[in-house]
Design a protein around this ligand. Structure first.
Ligand code: SF4
Ligand code: SF4
Length: 300
């Protein structure tokens, strides 16, 4: 375990402008924005921070100081990433994001087929999505070609038939890499999903899909990858838009499990407190049961 975390995921906002069927926002959620001042306080309180993900349970680009946050972290030498549904990427916003110094932007998608995309991503239009992806790519190429754009693909049961389309979409838009994750199976998420949304419920089925995906990627010259392990309790920290520290982005709900509030408590005290120390060795027990990462760990 590290003496303090090197990676943090900080939630700029818990609001979203979509109601995707495979998300907690499939049901109405109370939304909250982290203030820019509080964001800076949080960053300044994690002296060991090397990697920041500016994202929680919401659409980060809805925050009107998203670019200021990215620029502040970037100026401290922190690798700064985020992930967006791409609905808000106007010409102006795309340019500002690239100029902010954000190192990596993920773009989330489940299908590269307009009918299936619009069914699952309630509130978004596929034509707007593709136009906006092209905009951020153009801005990247013109301003900061080293900025990484990643396609974040959540695998649903019906995604298999669309793997070629997704890879072709990534290649034709000159996206850098494709990251694949299974639909989260933890109750903290599944209890909000629409009834007709299903993921691949077993690790071997998911791994087989990833392998097919990787082979298609190899044929088209793009890397398709997937994370295998959970390192949250030992090196990473999740912070909600209210400054509350929870164990990870899956156990995001402070009403279920809170480790402290970084706006009020010392990080060293939070990182070493009794609740964290109890959670670490029992990571695979009651709290993590159902999580994709828990099953990945158990099966490897
Ligand atoms: S999946 Fe992302 S874009 Fe869709 S509702 Fe959830 S937070 Fe919003
Ligand atoms: S295994 Fe546990 S700590 Fe890791 S992501 Fe899943 S719920 Fe969080």
């Amino acid at each position: 375990m590290l003496s303090l975390p090197f990676m943090a995921q900080i939630e700029p906002t818990s609001r979203c402008n979509l109601k995707c069927r495979m998300c907690v926002h499939a049901e109405p959620q109370a939304g909250h924005d982290l203030s820019y001042d509080d964001f800076r306080t949080i960053i300044d309180r994690i002296p060991t921070l090397l990697h920041l993900k500016l994202q929680g349970n919401g659409e980060p680009l809805l925050h009107n100081q998203f670019c200021d946050m990215a620029a502040y972290a970037h100026k401290q030498g922190i690798f700064t990433a985020s992930c967006t549904n791409a609905t808000l990427l106007t010409e102006e916003y795309a340019g500002k994001i690239v100029e902010s110094g954000l190192n990596e932007l993920g773009i989330s998608i489940e299908y590269a087929d307009s009918e299936k995309y619009e069914y699952i991503r309630c509130g978004s239009r596929f034509s707007t999505f593709t136009e906006n992806v092209s905009r951020i790519i153009r801005a990247r190429d013109a301003i900061r070609p080293d900025m990484i754009i990643v396609l974040y693909v959540t695998i649903l049961q019906q995604t298999d038939a669309d793997l070629k389309n997704i890879v072709s979409f990534a290649v034709s838009h000159t996206i850098n890499t494709v990251y694949v994750q299974n639909l989260q199976q933890h109750l903290s998420f599944t209890e909000h999903y629409s009834e007709d949304v299903k993921g691949i419920n077993n690790p071997s089925g998911f791994n087989a899909t990833v392998k097919r995906f990787q082979e298609i990627g190899r044929q088209q010259g793009i890397t398709v990858w997937s994370a295998k392990e959970c390192n949250w309790p030992h090196s990473r920290i999740f912070i909600t838009s209210k400054g509350i520290v929870t164990p990870c982005c899956v156990l995001y709900d402070p009403t279920e499990y809170t480790l402290g509030n970084i706006l009020h408590d010392n990080l060293q005290d939070i990182w070493n407190n009794h609740r964290y120390n109890i959670f670490r060795p029992s990571q695979s027990a009651e709290l993590c049961d159902g999580c994709n990462w828990y099953h990945e760990n158990a099966s490897s």
